[in-house]
Design a protein around this ligand. Structure first.
Ligand SMILES: O=C(O)C(=O)C[C@]1(C(=O)O)C=C[C@@H](O)C=C1
Length: 391
């Protein structure tokens, strides 16, 4: 064994010095991406430039190899850096396009107490917007909307679909009647764990607290646990609070590990969702619609009800196809009070202001009994360019 030259403390000091330098360089790079955004306004170039991303990643992988860093590691880090850069530029351009939309302090309503998934999504969404948050916890989705409608909050954040449990119908139904507009979206990874307040083992657990959605998203694991009582709460945060208060070895909450920490809970079992890739897409609503600059990818959401005759939905979808408009979501919900009538929710990857979307709206208005644009907003799904890695 070789003799240790430096103490652990000394080595850690050096590691911390390097970490600080990395943070400073990341901040410097972020500032430069603002300069890039300004130059793109002058030249009317889109924010995303896949060729530049490809070239940059390939060069960094080569440099990494010379420094004994593997390609996956380098790619992973720079995907995160590029995603941040794109979202930061988008937020900057959106602020210029909608000068009075984002104030330095924003009041945001969401379902559940601190630590709920909706709370995490709200924080993530606004973190790139350089806005301070005043958080308003609500106990129902309806309240999340109504505090914004009455002017007691500026934004509401609501889950709309999940990769395991599908659409969140209650939110779709509420959107039929709201006067609010969708102004943004964010996709949040949902990492469900079993969280307990006391030291215990899986065999002891017979009661699980959570919101109905996580129960559904973890149904396979819960089934494998055998005879379990499932208790429903208004949010995962409420469930965690409850388990923290009960302090019993037979109860657990389903929720996020870092949120569990807020309530003094520790994970007994991690990764319990039916799908490994468990994500929820949240929408952000506000009283005033926003405009999306043509330099960034936009999404538009509409609701429409078609005539009750065979083929009417197909006719509407053909309008989109013929105009080469990509539809990312189609959902149908019953219209309360009108049996057998359906309301369709459509997400398309196109800017509301664009000529094609205006043409589509004109034709759809002719073909439908009712149509309303719920909002046009920046698409926040960045997916940085993948490069082929040859080791
Ligand atoms: O160079 C650009 O055009 C940028 O916008 C910067 C950047 C980056 O962060 O490196 C970000 C997004 C583009 O898709 C390519 C590269």
């Amino acid at each position: 064994m070789t003799e240790q030259q430096y103490s652990l403390d000394d080595i850690r000091k050096n590691v911390s010095r390097i970490d600080n330098e990395i943070i400073k360089l990341l901040a410097e790079r972020r500032q430069l991406s603002l300069e890039v955004a300004k130059s793109k306004i002058e030249t009317a170039k889109p924010v995303r430039d896949q060729t530049r991303e490809q070239e940059l990643l390939l060069r960094l992988i080569e440099t990494g190899k010379r420094e004994q860093l593997d390609a996956q590691y380098v790619t992973q880090i720079f995907h995160a850096i590029i995603e941040d850069s794109v979202l930061f530029q988008q937020a900057y351009l959106q602020k210029l396009t909608n000068p009075d939309s984002l104030q330095p302090v924003a009041r945001v309503s969401f379902l559940g107490a601190k630590g709920s998934y909706s709370n995490l999504a709200s924080r993530n969404y606004f973190s790139k917007k350089q806005t301070k948050l005043v958080e308003i916890s609500c106990s129902t989705f309806r309240d999340v909307l109504s505090v914004v409608e009455t002017g007691n909050a500026d934004y509401g954040v609501l889950p709309i679909e999940n990769t395991s449990s599908g659409s969140i119908n209650e939110v779709y139904d509420l959107l039929q009647h709201t006067s609010l507009s969708i102004v943004g979206e964010i996709t949040q990874p949902i990492e469900h764990c079993l969280l307990t307040a006391v030291d215990t083992s899986l065999d002891n657990i017979d009661t699980l607290y959570s919101h109905p959605q996580p129960h559904q998203q973890c149904s396979e694991y819960l089934h494998s646990m055998g005879n379990i009582t499932q208790e429903y709460c208004s949010s995962t945060a409420e469930a965690m609070k409850m388990v923290a208060e009960l302090k019993q070895p037979n109860v657990a909450a389903i929720g996020n590990a870092s949120s569990g920490e807020l309530y003094g809970l520790t994970p007994l079992k991690t990764n319990i969702a039916n799908q490994q890739e468990n994500f929820t897409r949240f929408i952000v609503v506000a009283r005033k619609p926003v405009e999306v600059t043509s330099l960034i990818p936009a999404k538009t959401t509409l609701i429409m009800s078609t005539a009750q005759k065979a083929g009417s939905l197909v006719e509407c979808l053909l309008v989109l196809r013929n105009l080469n408009i990509n539809m990312t979501k189609l959902e149908s919900r019953p219209v309360i009070g009108n049996p057998w009538e359906e309301m369709f929710y459509v997400d398309v990857e196109v800017n509301l202001k664009s000529d094609v979307m205006q043409e589509a709206l004109e034709e759809l208005t002719r073909l439908t009994r009712f149509i309303k644009v719920l909002g046009c907003y920046p698409s926040e799904n960045v997916n940085p360019t993948e490069v082929e890695i040859n080791e």
